[in-house]
Design a binder for this molecule. Structure first.
Ligand SMILES: [Zn+2]
Ligand SMILES: [Zn+2]
Length: 265
């Protein structure tokens, strides 16, 4: 199945993205790649929730709202835009760093359980099992939070960001049964599983098939999770390997019904 959506795009409003990358760049890429739906997901922490670190402090709602006029100006018939954000797991309140008031303003919402480089105490890096357990617990807390009904997808599930060792090792440590239990909750709550292709950018198809993530994707499908694809682009050039999204969709034999409702059509 050809994947014609990308619901994980960072613009210049994300402080870790390239200063010059705009929504217009992604529209140009989308035309080239045949994408019909673009979801903008700049990093976000709700200022009404205490605990934002230095990275998140400037990235509040007022800040990400600056994208709206940019999207208005770009309005086009061939590509649909969705205004959302990638918010954060909030370990301090065992929930998510967004209020219902803001969540209901968005077209879609991504929440990661794997920004462990920012949200996890450093002493959890080793033994590796502690790191894996942190992500499992984070996911349960995200799914049990009062805003769970607004969550469209879990961003890059269990793919620990900026991990000092290969993050696939953490996925390998979690058993099928442990994954099944939490994936069941995702399926039941209608929270989709993001297939984030940023980790596949420089890989061949053979190498992708051998990634630890593939076992997890297959389990997610078996448990009835829906999927959402994202490039996690932080610059205009990071879209170039987006064909990997369609490769993985075929590898998993996904059909339209397996996609999150927002991504269909
Ligand atoms: Zn992320
Ligand atoms: Zn991201």
């Amino acid at each position: 199945m050809r994947i014609k959506h990308d619901f994980h795009l960072h613009t210049h409003l994300s402080v870790c993205a390239k200063r010059e990358v705009t929504a217009a760049d992604y529209v140009a890429n989308a035309r080239r790649l045949g994408l019909k739906k673009l979801g903008f997901s700049d990093h976000f922490w709700d200022s009404a929730i205490e605990g934002a670190n230095k990275f998140y402090q400037p990235q509040d709602y007022e800040h990400i709202l600056q994208l709206k006029p940019e999207l208005e100006q770009l309005r086009c018939d061939d590509i649909q835009f969705f205004f959302g954000c990638e918010t954060e797991y909030d370990p301090f309140h065992h929930g998510v760093a967004i209020t219902e008031a803001v969540a209901e303003q968005l077209d879609f919402l991504l929440v990661p359980n794997s920004h462990t480089h920012m949200m996890m105490p450093k002493d959890c890096y080793e033994p590796y099992r502690k790191h894996a357990d942190f992500m499992l617990q984070a996911l349960y807390e995200i799914l049990n939070s009062p805003v769970s009904k607004y969550i469209t997808a879990i961003a890059h599930p269990f793919e620990a960001v900026a991990c000092p060792y290969p993050n696939g090792l953490l996925i390998d440590l979690i058993t099928d049964d442990e994954f099944r239990l939490v994936l069941d909750v995702m399926a039941e709550k209608g929270v989709a599983f993001e297939i984030n292709v940023s980790s596949m950018q420089k890989k061949t198809h053979d190498e992708i098939e051998k990634m630890s993530q593939i076992r997890l994707f297959r389990l997610a499908k078996e448990q009835g999770c829906r999927f959402l694809f994202g490039s996690d682009s932080h610059s205009a050039g990071s879209h170039d390997a987006y064909g990997n999204a369609s490769f993985v969709a075929d590898l998993l034999a996904l059909t339209e019904d397996d996609l999150a409702p927002i991504a269909r059509g």
